[in-house]
Design a protein around this ligand. Structure first.
Ligand code: Z5A
Ligand code: MG
Length: 213
């Protein structure tokens, strides 16, 4: 009936360092959600397909220079341009798996020296992730995992600073932040991720989508 509480989708963020296995785990999570008949969509950030995303891609692949605040705001704008769509899907009962989100946005800019408060500000008000699975990986293990690629931030010193900043940002998220040891096998990580997600998908039923603050 129309008075029954509406089921909404869960907003699940997968975060972590380079080579932590975010994209691998996002895909496995999508497969598992499909097996369990949970309607779900995958959304990767940056979304390089939009006009803003194309500017970000040019920056990351090092062909373009952009002033630090400018690129920071573009990453945030890339999330804002998709936010209404994300909110609508969630309210229509679709679970969304995010491959990186505001947390990457904050820490990669803060690693360059911008203040954490400044870095958070443009993302305030975006749909808040119901849970963040932070795939934690030692920089050394990441390097052995096939080495860093050729993009702008794929440098060990940057990755170390980023890891410390992720820890700091995660503390503000309290119970929503889950640290997952990503140094284990793909299958082991998959099961830990699923254990958390299965619970959260049920917990959010009848709860409003929060706003990042
Ligand atoms: N950035 C930003 O500055 N501001 C923002 O707001 C946002 C992002 C959203 C590009 O992002 C850059 O943008 C990124 C942050 C910045 N810069 N850095 N660093 P991206 O998401 O496009 O970054 P990426 O370079 O594509 O991340 P990645 O390399 O794709 O990492 P991953 O997705 O975590 O890893 P993977 O592709 O799943 O796995 C990597 C390899 O490890 C692969 O060969 C796997 O088969 C292997 N793997 C995966 N899991 C395991 C386990 N458990 N054991 C062994 N091997 C494994
Ligand atoms: Mg990836």
């Amino acid at each position: 009936s129309s008075s029954a509480p509406k089921t909404r989708g869960a907003l699940i963020a997968i975060e972590g360092l380079d080579r932590a296995g975010k994209s691998t785990q996002c895909q496995l999570l999508m497969d598992r959600l499909a097996e369990r008949n949970v309607p779900a969509r995958l959304q990767k950030f940056p979304d390089r397909t939009t006009p803003i995303g194309k500017m970000i891609n040019a920056y990351l692949s090092t062909s373009t220079t952009l002033e630090d605040h400018t690129i920071h705001l573009l990453f945030s704008a890339n999330r804002w341009e998709l936010s209404a769509h994300i909110l609508k899907l969630l309210n229509d009962g679709v679970t969304i798996v995010l491959d990186r989100y505001v947390y990457s946005g904050i820490v990669f800019s803060a690693a360059k020296g911008l203040s954490l408060d400044y870095c958070r500000a443009p993302d305030v008000g975006l749909p808040r992730a119901d849970v963040v699975l932070f795939l934690d990986l030692d920089a050394e293990v990441a390097r052995r995992r096939g080495g860093f690629g050729g993009e702008r931030y794929e440098v060990e010193a940057v990755q170390r600073r980023v890891r410390d900043l992720f820890k700091e940002v995660g503390e503000k998220e309290e119970g929503r932040w889950r640290v997952v040891d990503a140094g284990r096998s793909v299958e082991e990580v998959r099961e830990v991720v699923w254990g958390v997600v299965e619970r959260v998908v049920k917990e959010v039923e009848g709860m409003e989508v929060g706003r990042f603050e």
